[in-house]
Design a protein around this ligand. Structure first.
Ligand code: SF4
Length: 500
């Protein structure tokens, strides 16, 4: 495994927190008008280097890193050499190095979920704040790709902090409107941003262009006044603080609306409520709660009736509750970029959702919608923090559930990416057998809460395809269809042979 290296700075002080060794990797798909390293743009060339060699070099400088410093990968665009970078970060992380990546978000997306969880600080270059200016400055029509990158940082598993950097070129973004645009652009990652830095455009790279015989697009543009750039940096940070305040207010309003929604649907009948509370007392979840506190917990939970089709939470909602499905079924899904619904899980009696979100305080990345009329127990965050946060039983349950969901998601990815329609349909039926199958004399009965379209969304198939496939399986004698809502699996082995 080899990477292409442009150069190394052994004791960098500006590319991430503390003192750092900076590896400038070769290659970048952008062509920024102000780029002062045009010699790093070619993908190949420079010096070849292995992950092991990187490790040997940083070991030498480790004594200088102190508590904050570490290793930075810059460029060029370091994410472009995804495989090399991932292999390198893995071995660096094993020895506990602090990692920083300086990127514009134009790498190899296949490696993002592997690389980004290993990164402590992301220095994120923001070139421009709309499609037109982005293309004008970089020659690439890539503003949407950039927005995709930053919007998905959390879903790639990134948990670190972000330093925003913007190169200010006189006549381009040295105005208040542009600073508002900058703050608006980084909104999806507000919760990760630690600082915004404005770098004044300078002309020290022009000579390299002349030497390489490359035309310089900003010929004649004066360097940015450093004092003015500082003032814009202060302005951008003030606007950012204002945007955070605004976001907090909006979240507070959303939270109250959500709370009201659950309260409005609270159990009407005292009997129903009493029955549910007596059942809840038996939950293993409550076994770590001091006996004297159990009543207190039960007084704080909200018991809601949710009608089929109503939303319980949506993507982006802050984690304010953990939900326990007392009765009924809930689907968890996301809309794909094609506007299709992709169902991830169906939760039913006794399942809970939101525990992990409360533990790590991340917003929901999916939608929860009642598939049937549901009775839901909403445990508010304050109650969770007070009585459950340290409970080994709760932590174990959340971990077990998370693990099950990871396995399920891996399986789903596998099915969606590698299976044909028969395999996907058989895989789905087998999952349903495990989840809701009831043995009867004729086989295994599946009572469905989903229509054909939702079944399709669950398995990555179109409604017509899943209907056709179920028909074929029926013809083959593998299943029996009873109306639209019941399937009886008659030949489990035959279904298994599709997926094994
Ligand atoms: S992203 Fe960085 S390396 Fe790539 S062209 Fe722009 S300034 Fe140069």
């Amino acid at each position: 495994m080899k990477g292409f290296l442009h150069s190394i700075e052994t004791m960098g002080l500006v590319d991430g927190p503390g003192t750092r060794t900076v590896f400038f990797l070769q290659g970048c798909p952008l062509r920024c008008a102000f780029c002062h390293n045009p010699d790093t743009l070619k993908r190949v060339g420079g010096q070849e280097i292995t992950p092991q060699r990187v490790l040997e070099i940083v070991r030498r400088y480790k004594p200088y890193y102190g508590a904050e410093g570490g290793v930075t990968f810059s460029g060029g665009e370091p994410l472009l050499q995804g495989e090399f970078l991932y292999n390198t970060l893995e071995i660096l992380k094993q020895e506990g190095y602090n990692i920083c990546i300086d990127t514009s978000g134009f790498g190899n997306p296949t490696y993002y979920p592997k690389i980004l969880p290993l990164v402590d600080t992301l220095i994120l270059d923001v070139k421009a704040f709309d499609s037109e200016s982005f293309e004008e400055l970089t020659t690439i029509n890539g503003f949407d790709t950039y927005l995709d990158f930053i919007t998905n940082l959390d879903s790639y598993g990134f948990q670190g902090q972000v330093w925003i950097r913007h190169v200010m070129v006189p006549g381009f973004t040295d105005n208040e409107q542009a600073m508002k645009g900058l703050v608006q652009t980084i909104k999806p990652i507000n919760h990760r941003v630690d600082r915004i830095e404005i770098l004044p455009y300078h002309t020290s790279g022009v000579k390299k262009y002349h030497e390489l015989g490359i035309p310089y697009r900003l010929e004649g543009v004066e360097p940015m006044d450093t004092e003015k750039a500082k003032d814009f940096e202060i302005l951008a940070n003030k606007l950012f603080a204002e945007s955070l305040r605004q976001e907090r207010k909006e979240n507070e309003i959303k939270k109250q609306e959500h709370y009201k929604l659950l309260k409005d649907r609270e159990m009407a009948s005292e009997e129903e409520r009493a029955e549910m509370l007596s059942q809840l007392k038996k939950l293993p979840l409550l076994s770590d709660v001091d006996k004297d506190d159990v009543e207190d917990v039960l007084n704080q939970v909200i018991l809601s009736n949710i009608k089929a089709g109503d939303y319980i939470f949506k993507t982006g909602d802050s984690p304010d509750f953990m939900y326990l499905i007392y009765k009924g079924q809930m689907k968890i899904f996301n809309n794909t970029i094609d506007g299709e619904e992709q169902i991830f899980y169906i939760y039913r009696d006794g399942d809970f959702v939101g525990g992990l979100n409360l533990l790590v305080e991340t917003p929901y990345r999916y939608v929860g919608q009642a598939l049937t009329d549901c009775k839901v127990v909403a445990i508010p965050k304050v109650t969770f923090d007070r009585y459950f946060y340290d409970s080994p039983v709760v932590l174990r349950s959340v971990l077990v559930k998370s693990f099950e969901r990871i396995r399920w998601a891996e399986d789903l990815i596998q099915r969606l990416s590698t299976s044909n329609a028969s395999m996907k349909t058989a895989g789905l039926l087998l999952k349903l057998v495990k989840r809701i199958g009831v043995e009867i004399d004729e086989g295994i009965r599946l009572e469905l809460s989903m229509n054909r379209e939702e079944l399709g969304n669950y398995s990555g198939l179109r409604r017509e395809t899943i209907t056709r496939k179920l028909g074929e399986f029926k013809e083959l004698g593998y299943i029996e269809l009873v109306g639209n809502k019941v399937i009886i699996v008659k030949d489990l082995e035959a279904l298994e042979s599709y997926v094994l």
